[in-house]
Design a binder for this molecule. Structure first.
Ligand code: PLP
Length: 436
């Protein structure tokens, strides 16, 4: 990056300091990960210069023959990874992928039934502040707040709600839910009420690719994901259709549209939602999917779950309530009420100790979304750095020390965090200013 260092020292300095921050801190944000140098290199390539509206072989611009190859490679690798029949790798982000799904299957004013944001859902699943809640009519299911099923989705209640609402689309997927989904039953519910079943596997795509969680592809009409969370690729999105999508005649599509689901989704993506796709990011997606097809990726995902489980157990041992009592995946929701502290306070104190978490609502939370009673912690990023269960138990001990001291020990903990991080090196800061 000598060019950047020489021509724009201000931006170079920011990049260097952010790399140092990532190197020197404990990254526990469940939606983040650390990409490989190969993914970084593809993203920083001159492929960013190329306009390629359309699809491989069917572009609205000349000179696309080379980038066509990389998009085709990304599609083929994604199909192999998820056993999908059709894939579109163009969404710039998870939210962009989700917009295309709405455009493909819903008319403004149509009813959506999704997981409540306050119970772990995502903004794009019908929140009133998002386009999905403004353009469509959102209804929600949630997790139980007490009893045996506390912190879990009761599918009988989802069925009851679906019968009452009769949504055009039923969405499944979450940003803060630590249990697996029963996609087969969700499909039965969707079929009973005549809804399109859309699964947003943004958080768990890597775990699903490694076959460690239930696979939505055989049940959902359409699946969306981000590519940068457990999947460990560049920031971006993707849409997939599995073998059990709507029939080629599009029988579940509106107005007897004769196109296949893939064709409908392709046009909903472009020209429906985006202009030119980001070809440098698509190249980086191809690299990440290639990495995900290797056996080491499944081992990494296995460790991600083991580490999240170790972390959840360690929080319980330290007297914290963990929503639903534990985790099946890469994250846990820690309820801080027993420690008389809010999510906002914990996030700030932990930040002082270079432990990065995000405040998060817990089911039935009496606090506002800006304050919250919980934090969300995830294992994907630090597992990429090589942490195992012992390191994650140490992370919980350090986190607890900061919270118990109400931030007073943050500086002292920061020193220990640094030592722990130094033992598991990440990016080479010195090479940032070196000749390529
Ligand atoms: N869907 C889910 C379930 C998510 O958790 C997220 C992001 O956190 C998104 C969609 C949106 O992804 P992006 O931030 O790439 O738009």
């Amino acid at each position: 990056m000598t060019a950047l260092q020489d021509t724009d020292p201000a931006v170079f300095d920011i990049v260097r300091r952010e790399v140092e921050r990532q190197n020197d801190g404990l990254e526990l944000i469940a939606s983040e990960n650390f990409v490989s140098p190969a993914v970084l290199q593809a993203m920083g390539s001159p492929l960013t210069n190329k306009y390629a509206e359309g699809l491989p072989g069917k572009r609205y611009y000349g000179g696309c023959e080379v980038v066509d190859e990389v998009e085709t490679l990304a599609i083929e690798r994604a199909k192999e990874l998820f056993d999908a029949d059709w894939v579109n790798v163009q969404p710039h982000s998870g939210a962009t992928a989700n917009s295309a799904v709405y455009l493909a299957f819903m008319e403004p004013g149509d009813r959506l039934l999704g997981l409540d944001l306050a119970h772990g859902g995502h903004l794009t699943h019908g929140s009133p502040v998002n386009f999905s809640g403004k353009l469509y009519e959102p209804h929600f299911y949630g997790v139980d707040t007490e009893g045996e099923m506390a912190g879990r989705i009761d599918l009988d209640k989802v069925l009851e709600k679906a019968r009452e609402v009769r949504p055009r689309m039923l969405s499944v997927g979450a940003s803060a839910y630590s249990r697996d989904f029963d996609y087969a039953t969700m499909r039965e519910i969707a079929d009973e009420v005549g809804a399109v079943l859309w699964v947003d596997m943004a958080h768990t795509a890597g775990l699903i690719a490694a076959e460690l969680l239930n696979d939505p592809l055989p049940y959902a009409h359409v699946v969306t994901t981000t590519t940068h969370k457990t999947l460990r690729g560049p920031r971006g999105g993707m849409i997939l259709v599995g073998p059990n999508g709507p029939s080629p005649t599009g029988e579940t599509l509106r107005n007897g549209n004769p196109k296949t689901t893939g064709q409908v989704l392709d046009s909903a993506m472009f020209p429906g939602t985006i202009g030119g796709p980001l070809m440098h990011v698509i190249a980086a997606k191809a690299v990440a999917f290639g990495e995900a097809l290797r056996p080491e990726f499944a081992t990494y995902q296995q460790r991600t779950i083991e580490n999240a489980t170790a972390m959840a157990e360690a929080f319980v041992e330290k007297g914290y309530a963990v929503v639903s009592g534990g985790t099946d995946n890469h994250l846990a929701l820690v309820d801080l009420r027993s420690k008389e502290c809010t999510g906002k306070e914990a996030e700030a104190w932990l930040g002082e100790a270079a432990i990065t978490v995000n405040k998060n609502m817990v089911p039935g939370d009496p606090e506002s979304p800006f304050v919250t009673s919980g934090i969300r912690v995830g294992s994907p990023a630090m597992t990429t750095r090589g942490f195992g269960p012992d390191e994650f138990r140490r992370v919980v001990a350090l986190t607890d020390r900061v919270i118990e001291s109400r931030g007073a020990d943050a500086e002292a903990v920061r020193v220990e965090v640094r030592a722990l991080c130094d033992a598991f090196p990440l990016y080479d800061v010195d090479s940032l200013g070196a000749e390529p």
